[in-house]
Design a protein around this ligand. Structure first.
Ligand SMILES: Nc1ncnc2c1ncn2[C@@H]1O[C@H](COP(=O)(O)OP(=O)(O)OP(=O)(O)O)[C@@H](O)[C@H]1O
Length: 774
């Protein structure tokens, strides 16, 4: 054939050229990732075997050089190996799993039709939000759909969307709820599972939930676990069915388990001195950013309110699990963007959160163990920044805790505070509590919840509830006396919590009765005081004082009462009806003895006659003889008997119907009660795990032409948008020259090209051509 006759190579469109380049890149990457050992010393992200899309995303977010954990973990994860990653706080573990997640799906040419490809589980909502934000940043160039499932704003909307997500960042409780209830949400195709803060997720609190989640996942997946305090418990890991996992612990051999640019000290002080020390600390660090960790929401709340009144001269914020999600996000953002501030927080902020430029972490209450200490203190000195940690220990806690910390390679030294440097705030707090019933109430709750937290700690060598100086502590909170408390066992407490919630369901009807009753009662000036309503921010709590004073410590949504209750102040005995019983009780007989005597008396009494009342209220014997003459007049006795029997049969039949209906109704109620109990238990479980019911849902739009977009807040229009985009994308796929066979061999995964119904004639022609071509 002469040269002129050679057929010209077909002209390729820009899109086709791009596709070919992408495929070549994928092939090269795929080959390179098979040898992770070639990349263990890679310094820059640019030198890793990753796609241009991920590289661009990393560059955009200003990530250029890899940290130690990233250098070790990413090449292994890219080779699809199971990874157990442990590295100090703030060392960059998030990217160690996010980069592989994006790459694994990219290399598998994942799209919306493939369903869920990667699942990232975080123990708290804040951390999940943060991971999601990083995913959005570095995944900017990819076109996967990604969702954040951290609790139910609208379960139905979430349900509809969750089935279309390729990557999910989720908290365990909500995720399990979707696995159980969302039709169309399946994880059969899942390629990668990530547990961030794995040791926390695998620990007792989440055990049941995580086991149930894992039951829903395919065994063939890749699994990655990351934490600053990694679990190596064989039992825990067996639950995850890891395949020949790689243990990557970059700082295992280092001298210390905490960042080298972190200075750490502890102070031994009496419980009643803690607030004075805290106040003095804040006053002398007004140009700093500080997080103060406490052991309960109530303490956080009380200290926040009290210190706001004391006006130390710096912004004060507080963060805990009882706040609404929107509030929490707002505080999170505020503290992130503020240069000088103090954040009072529970352990909700202890793990994973990446607040920039925190100077100090002050642990006002002893953490439950050394791991919690490491996570809390890790909120400062992140990446290459410096920071300081200060731990306050009671004399009874010091020896045990310091021993634990030393075992975990935490370098911490004691410092003494000079009394002259401390300013006592006790008088001011007393005055707040005296003048303000709300403050007093909050102080009492703070007291009880602190006692509760110490009592419930597992390590009894460190936490000694019975040795706490209760009177002095109460006084230091500004309380005039020690709130009386009694301890319930945990099992009993759980039972109490569930039955309380069930009771609340029936309470509405009872309330009416209660109202009637209280009308007749004599009102004291305190009753009147508590019935008065005020309009300030604490009015809700103020109102609850009524419950507090009259009964146990709370009927609100708090959980102190699960474990401790304040004893009734009036120890009135319930009045018994019979005078004799009253006397017996007053003669100091036990109640049981009194009851037995009651039975004895009842036995001795003669049996009464049974009397029935007619409609006019006149008494009659149960069976009364009819007048014989009248009976005979009424006709043949046999006929009368038959008539009587048939009439009674009818009555019985109707009574039978009634009984059946009542039984049915009772069964229904029982069923509903059971359902409610199950739901409450689930909610309780979620609450224990730090999840609330009142959350935000975000989704990343997948069809946004290689862009992520948030669509959570504009559900309906976005949904339309998404559908339109999905249609466009599918249609484009159908129109494009098919190179699907190559794709298949590349990804090793069978792909189906979907086309939607053609709308125009041109569409129809294109589709026909496409089908003929196939
Ligand atoms: N390669 C990198 N280059 C520059 N900064 C990085 C890099 N990797 C992570 N960082 C930054 O370091 C900080 C800590 O990262 P990250 O939150 O992933 O730490 P972590 O190890 O997960 O911490 P923790 O154990 O507390 O959860 C973040 O601000 C992050 O942006």
């Amino acid at each position: 054939m002469s040269e002129e006759q050679q057929p010209e190579p077909p002209k390729l469109s820009g899109r086709q050229k791009r596709k070919i380049i992408e495929q070549e890149e994928l092939q090269t990457i795929e080959e390179k990732t098979k040898q992770p050992e070639n990349f263990v010393d890679t310094k820059f992200f640019d030198d890793l075997p990753i796609s241009t899309k991920t590289r661009k995303g990393l560059k955009r977010a200003n990530f250029r050089q890899l940290t130690d954990i990233q250098r070790k973990a990413i090449p292994l994860a890219l080779a699809k190996r199971d990874v157990l990653g442990a590295a100090k706080t703030g060392s960059g573990k998030t990217l160690s799993f996010l980069v592989p997640v994006l790459e694994i799906l990219h290399r598998a040419r994942w799209n919306q039709a493939d369903g869920l490809g990667a699942l990232i589980i975080s123990p708290t909502r804040e951390l999940a939000v943060q991971i999601f934000e990083v995913l959005k940043k570095i995944g900017f160039e990819h076109s996967f759909s990604a969702g954040l499932i951290i609790g139910g704003k609208d379960f139905k909307v979430e349900s509809e969307r969750i089935a279309r997500m390729n990557i999910l960042v989720a908290t365990p409780g909500r995720l399990l709820q979707h696995m159980d209830q969302s039709v169309g949400f399946d994880c059969d195709n899942l390629q990668a599972l990530v547990l961030d803060e794995a040791d926390r997720i695998l620990d007792m609190g989440f055990q049941k939930t995580v086991n149930a989640i894992i039951d829903n996942l395919p065994n063939s997946r890749q699994t990655m676990l990351f934490s600053a305090t990694q679990t190596r418990s064989v039992k825990d890991l067996a639950r995850l069915s890891l395949h020949d996992p790689e243990y990557v612990a970059v700082h295992e051999k280092s001298e210390h388990s905490t960042p080298h640019n972190l200075t750490q000290h502890y102070i031994v002080c009496d419980l009643q001195k803690k607030l004075d020390i805290l106040f003095s600390f804040i006053k002398s660090h007004l140009q700093n950013k500080t997080i103060v960790f406490m052991s309960s929401c109530k303490q956080t709340r009380f200290v926040f309110e009290a210190f706001c009144k004391l006006q130390p001269g710096i912004s004060l914020l507080h963060l805990h699990g009882k706040q609404k999600q929107t509030k929490r996000v707002e505080i999170f953002r505020k503290f992130t963007s503020t240069q000088h501030a103090v954040l009072f927080s529970t352990d909700i902020a202890a793990r994973g959160l990446d607040f920039p430029a925190v100077d100090w972490v002050l642990q006002l209450d002893c953490p439950e163990d050394a791991d919690t200490y490491i996570h809390r203190v890790g909120r400062t000195a992140r990446f290459d920044a410096g920071g300081h940690g200060l731990l306050l220990l009671l004399p009874t806690e010091a020896e045990g805790m310091i021993e634990e910390l030393k075992k975990k390679k935490v370098p911490i030294d004691e410092i003494k505070v000079r009394d002259s440097k401390q300013k006592s705030i006790q008088k001011q707090l007393q005055s707040f509590c005296f003048r303000d019933a709300e403050m007093k109430y909050l102080g009492q709750r703070a007291f009880v919840s602190y006692m509760r937290s110490v009592y419930l700690q597992r390590n009894k060598n460190i936490f000694k509830a019975t040795e706490l100086p209760t009177e002095e502590y109460a006084a230091s909170l500004g309380l005039a006396g020690v709130p009386k408390i009694k301890f319930l066992t945990q099992a009993k407490a759980k039972e109490t919590a569930v039955s309380r919630l069930l009771k609340e369901n029936d309470k509405k009807e009872e309330d009416v009765e209660e109202e009637e009753k209280t009308k007749d009662q004599v009102k004291t000036k305190y009753d009147r005081m508590f019935q008065r309503k005020n309009q300030d921010i604490l009015s809700e709590h103020y109102n609850k004082l009524v419950d507090f004073e009259n009964d146990t410590i709370g009927k609100d949504d708090d959980d102190d009462e699960d474990f401790m209750t304040i004893r009734r102040k009036d120890h009135e005995l319930e009045s018994e009806p019979e005078e004799e019983i009253k006397e017996l009780v007053s003669e100091n007989l036990s109640k049981r003895q009194a009851n037995m005597t009651k039975k004895h008396i009842a036995k001795k009494m003669t049996k009464g006659e049974r009397i029935v009342f007619d409609d006019e209220g006149n008494p009659h014997q149960l069976y009364e003889m009819e007048n014989e003459e009248e009976f005979l007049k009424a006709g043949d006795a046999k006929v009368q008997k038959e008539a009587y029997i048939s009439e009674e049969a009818k009555v019985m039949e109707s009574a039978d119907w009634d009984d059946k209906a009542t039984a049915k109704q009772k069964r229904k109620e029982k069923r509903e009660k059971r359902k409610l109990q199950k739901r409450l238990e689930l909610e309780e479980m979620r609450r224990e795990q730090g999840e609330d019911m009142d959350d935000v849902v975000y989704t990343l739009g997948s069809g946004a032409e290689d862009n992520y977009s948030e669509s959570g807040s504009e559900a309906s229009s976005d949904e339309e948008d998404e559908e339109r985009k999905a249609f466009k994308r599918k249609w484009r796929e159908a129109q494009e020259d098919s190179s699907s066979s190559e794709d298949e061999s590349l990804s090793g995964k069978k792909r189906v090209i979907e086309t939607d119904e053609p709308v125009t004639l041109a569409d129809q022609e294109a589709l026909a051509l496409k089908l003929l071509g196939a």
